[in-house]
Each structure stands twice: as C-alpha cells, then as structure tokens.
Write a protein that binds this ligand. Structure first.
Ligand code: FAD
Ligand code: NAD
Length: 474
C-alpha cells in the first residue's frame, strides 16, 4: 500500500533533480523530491555533488587561491607593492562553507515557494513507479505518476589506494584541507586534478600529477592542450604522463605512492594524495530487481535521447546516465523531462554542451574538435586569434591564450570552438549560442563586438576563418 500519490517523484536533489522538481512544480505538477545529503551539522544539504562537494566549493577555493596568487605574482607590474601576505586556510574554507550553506538554504526556500514536498532521506524505486522512502521518521512508500531518477555519481577508486579522506582523499577531502599540504600528489590529470591541483599549488603546495594516459587533455586539440601544459608547467604543476600508480600506503603521517614511469618502478612521498580518476553513476541500491529499469554495461541507467528508461513513466537524467558529467547538462535534461511530463515539448541537444576547466588560464570548448572533424571526414576551415593581440587582454595583464573556431568548409556553419585564456568560461557562451542557432563564422564576424573587450578575440577568430582578421597577419 502506498501512502500518497504524486505526479512526479524525483530521487536525487542535485542540479538535475532539483531543476526537474522546480520546473515540474511550475507546470502545476504535484512533486516529491527526495535527497539524502546532510551537511556536517546534520541539516538537509540539497544541491547534490555540484553544490556541496563539486562545482561551487571548488570555484570558491579557485577564486580565493587566485587572489592569493595574483597578489604575490602579478600586482607588482601594476605598481602595487604588497608586504606580509599570508594565507589563513581555515578562513578560506569557512568562506567556502558559507557559500555552500547559503545556497543550500536558498534551495530549501525555493522548494517551499514552489510547494515541493522535500524529503531529506533515501529513495528506492520498486515496481510500477512505487518509491520506497526512508528518512529519520522511518520507511514508507509513495506512488509516482512519473519518477525521475537523478542520483548522480560517485568517484571511481583504484586498486591498492584506499581513500580515508584524511591522507588519501577524493574531491570531498581535497575541498577541506585544514592547512596547505607541503607536497600534494594527485592521481589523474583530468578536470578535478587540474582544478584542485591549481588551488593548492597557488597556495604553496608542491603538486605532482600522475596521469595514466600518454597524452595530456586529449579531449581538446593539441594546440590547446600544449598551450595549457606550458602554462601549468610555468605555474609549477608537475604533470607526469604515462605513469601507472601501483599503490599508496599511509605511514607516519605521509602517503607513500609507488608507481611506474618509463617502465621503471619508483616511489614518492606526499603529505596528501588526491584520487581524481573519474566518476561513475550512483546506480547502486537505487533500484529493486523488479523496477523494470535497465543499466548499461557502464552501470549507468539506460535511457533514450529523451531520457526515458525502459520502465514506463520512469526517466533518468544527469550523471546517472550517458553523456558528459556536467551540472548544466543535468539541469537541462531535468527541465526537458519535466516539460515533457507536463505535456510540453521538452528539448535538449547534447551536441552543444559547453565544457569549462576553471584553471588559470581557463579552458573552454564546445562542439567538435579538429581531431573529430578529421576522423569524421568533414571538411572545415579554422580561424584563431590570440588574446595578446587584443587591447583589453594586454590592458588586463592576462593576455596568454587564444580563441579557435572551426566552421564547415562548404556551408560555413560553426562546428566547434575552443578557447584558452582569461574568462574563457564566459566567452564560450557566444559560440554556444551561435551553434545552437546554426549560425556561421560569417554571422559571428558580422556581429558588433564592444571595444575593448576580450570578446573581440572571438570576433577576430571568426574573421580569421575567412582569412580577414584585422589585428593579425592572416
Ligand atoms: P548530483 O549532483 O550527484 O546529485 C545527486 C544527489 O542525489 C546527491 O545529493 C546524492 O547524495 C543524492 N542521492 C543519490 N542516491 C540517492 C537516493 N537513492 N536517494 C536520495 N538521494 C540520493 N560540473 C560542472 O558543470 N561545472 C563544474 O565546475 C563542476 N565542478 C565539479 C567539481 C568537482 C570537484 C566535482 C566532483 C564535480 C564537478 N562537476 C562540475 C560535475 C557536477 O558536480 C555533476 O555533473 C553534477 O553534480 C551532476 O548532477 P546530478 O544532479 O546528476 O547529480
Ligand atoms: P576526468 O575524467 O576529467 O579525469 C580523470 C583522469 O584520470 C583522466 O585523465 C584519466 O586518464 C586519468 N586516470 C584514470 N585512471 C587513472 C589511473 N589509474 N592512474 C592515473 N590516471 C588515471 O575525471 P575527474 O577529474 O575525476 O572528474 C570527474 C568528472 O567530474 C569530470 O569528467 C567532469 O565531468 C566532472 N567535473 C567537471 C568540472 C568542470 O566542469 N569544471 C570540474 C570537475 C569535475
């Protein structure tokens, strides 16, 4: 017997699940949202990985550490002399925790304002869209006309490296060190490794990243990954490609890592070790055997392009399903599913999802890379433009990096964009809009861009596709 029936029951309150719940409520659906996350003081902490131990806290620390780094390394050229700069790590962590707490509270208010029944507990899908809900008050069952699974992801682990979140940490531990580790080891030079490695390196850690692949940042083109590798090297990030970590052991407050490099077995000692080797769908203990929902061979909930699972009326979104593990991808899927459920035309295009790595310089891209276009046999033209040739870039003093645009050789339709440099996270939006509207490089070239701005580099890269950039030799 179920206690109550809802139009929509959402399991998981991250950026996918909470956006779905709010949109469904806006469309007059009765909604229950179940999320199990609690803060350190035992209060409900909606917002998922992203808000609590992902996007938001990592960006808070990236900002704090960037201030510290700039004061020491960049202010002098502006004529600013600063003496006696010190870092108070507990204050930085407290500020980060405050940002998270404020946003947790904001979400709880939004749930109330939208009349969403929020449960701080665990949900499990049984047969026929019945959801078992367990919280501090006990266990009950509710019926969903529709159920949206949005349980997110958890970090991968590797053999012989046991995470204790004190010495050997995942993203959770790396966001809360109480002091700057003198030596920080990182397994995985991917997005988390680079972002968290940057935070602690800017604050004074000696950071070594062990990367299994021989190629650095293989998701982007080599001009961009090479430029990034050069900048990171200058900043002191020691990225060891083609290394295989064999194991890690904690002894006398140090982490000893054994690894192979160039066929040789080696050892290194660190104060902390961050494991950042990717994430996997959190599909364990979410489904009963007779839920009717199937998993694929990667343990993700199997869905079609509209996020429908194989069980009637059951949908799945975000990190739990195929596609990039990004907050904005999860949210847009959640909104599209809520709209479809309410009888609207929910729409979401996976091909134009932008990626951003919030290092310094920032790295952002969308659409196809040159590698992919070549592999697919698509003829293209490319145009690139360096920030160093823009007035604003030089005036700011953050002029390294470039914009590269890729357009179809025949139709000129914009197929991809890659940016490395200041505010790449913001500049990529213009390229996403152009691609979403099926625009061309000529469209971008004919749009008026304010002067002096960094966006002029996007404009000039569009002109360069046609060999007519103004501020560089074509
Ligand atoms: P999640 O955010 O994982 O939310 C799922 C929620 O469901 C969690 O709170 C979980 O506890 C809960 N849950 C799971 N199972 C149950 C259950 N059975 N019952 C009840 N509740 C359950 N992405 C970006 O786009 N930009 C970034 O800058 C960025 N930075 C990141 C930095 C780090 C360190 C990490 C780890 C990730 C980052 N990501 C970033 C990725 C982003 O966090 C995820 O893509 C996003 O959170 C996925 O959203 P989601 O709603 O699918 O799942
Ligand atoms: P990732 O996939 O970005 O990087 C993992 C890296 O670890 C890869 O380079 C991989 O080759 C390497 N690796 C895997 N196994 C290894 C091993 N045994 N030894 C050494 N290296 C190994 O994963 P991540 O950095 O853990 O982040 C997880 C996901 O979270 C990202 O893919 C992304 O979707 C999301 N995220 C996004 C942002 C952002 O948008 N700015 C920030 C952080 C995380």
């Amino acid at each position: 017997m179920t206690d109550q029936t809802y139009d929509v029951v959402v399991i998981g309150g991250g950026p996918g699940g909470y956006a779905a719940a709010i949109r469904a409520a806006q469309l007059k659906q009765s909604v229950m949202l179940i999320d199990d996350r609690k803060s350190a003081d035992g209060k409900p902490a909606p917002g998922g990985t992203c808000l609590n131990v992902g996007c938001v806290p990592s960006k808070a620390l990236l900002d704090s550490s960037k201030h510290f780094h700039h004061i020491q390394h960049d202010y002098a050229t502006h004529g600013i002399k600063v003496k006696g700069v010190e870092m108070n790590v507990p204050t930085m962590i407290e500020r980060k925790n405050g940002v998270v707490k404020q946003l947790n509270g904001g979400l709880l208010q939004l749930f109330k304002a939208n009349k969403i029944e929020f449960v701080n507990g665990r949900g499990r899908l049984l047969a026929n869209r019945v959801v078992e809900v367990t919280d501090d008050a006990g266990t009950r069952q509710v019926q969903g006309r529709h159920v949206i699974l949005a349980a997110g992801s958890v970090p991968f682990t590797i053999p012989n490296v046991d995470i204790d979140n004190e010495h050997i940490v995942d993203n959770v531990g790396a966001l809360s060190f109480d002091q700057v580790p003198k030596k920080l080891g990182v397994i995985g030079a991917g997005v988390i490794g680079l972002e968290m490695g940057s935070v602690w390196s800017r604050l004074g850690s000696e950071v070594v990243l062990f990367e299994a692949m021989d190629e650095f940042l293989s998701v982007v083109d080599t001009d961009l990954s090479r430029a990034a590798a050069r900048e990171f090297k200058k900043q002191g990030l020691d990225i060891r490609l083609g290394t295989k970590v064999l194991g890690a052991k904690v002894s006398r407050n140090k982490v000893k890592v054994s690894y192979t490099e160039g066929g040789e077995e080696k050892e290194a000692a660190f104060d902390k070790l961050l494991v950042a080797v990717g994430r996997r769908a959190a599909s364990e203990s979410l489904l009963s055997d007779d839920s009717g929902v199937a998993l694929n061979d990667r343990g993700q909930v199997d869905v079609n392009e509209r996020c429908q699972t194989q069980a009637d009326g059951v949908w799945a979104i975000g990190d739990l399903v195929r596609g990039p593990m990004l907050a904005h991808k999860a949210s847009e899927e959640g909104i599209a599913v809520a709209e479809t459920i309410a009888g609207h035309h929910g729409h979401f295009d996976l091909s134009n999802v932008p990626w951003v790595i919030y290092t310094d310089p920032e790295i952002a891209w969308v659409g196809k890379t040159e590698k992919e276009l070549k592999a697919e046999g698509i003829d293209y033209r490319s145009g690139s433009f360096p920030f160093a040739a823009t007035g604003r870039g030089l005036a700011m003093g953050g002029a390294s990096g470039h914009v590269k645009l890729l357009a179809d050789a025949e139709t000129d339709r914009l197929l991809g964009a890659q940016i490395i440099g200041p505010h790449a996270s913001e500049l990529i939006a213009e390229c996403v809009v152009t691609m979403e509207f099926a625009g061309s490089s000529e469209d971008l070239a004919r749009i008026v861009h304010a002067h002096p701005t960094l966006s002029e580099a996007v404009h000039e890269a569009a002109l360069a596709v046609d060999g007519r950039a103004i501020h560089k030799a074509n």
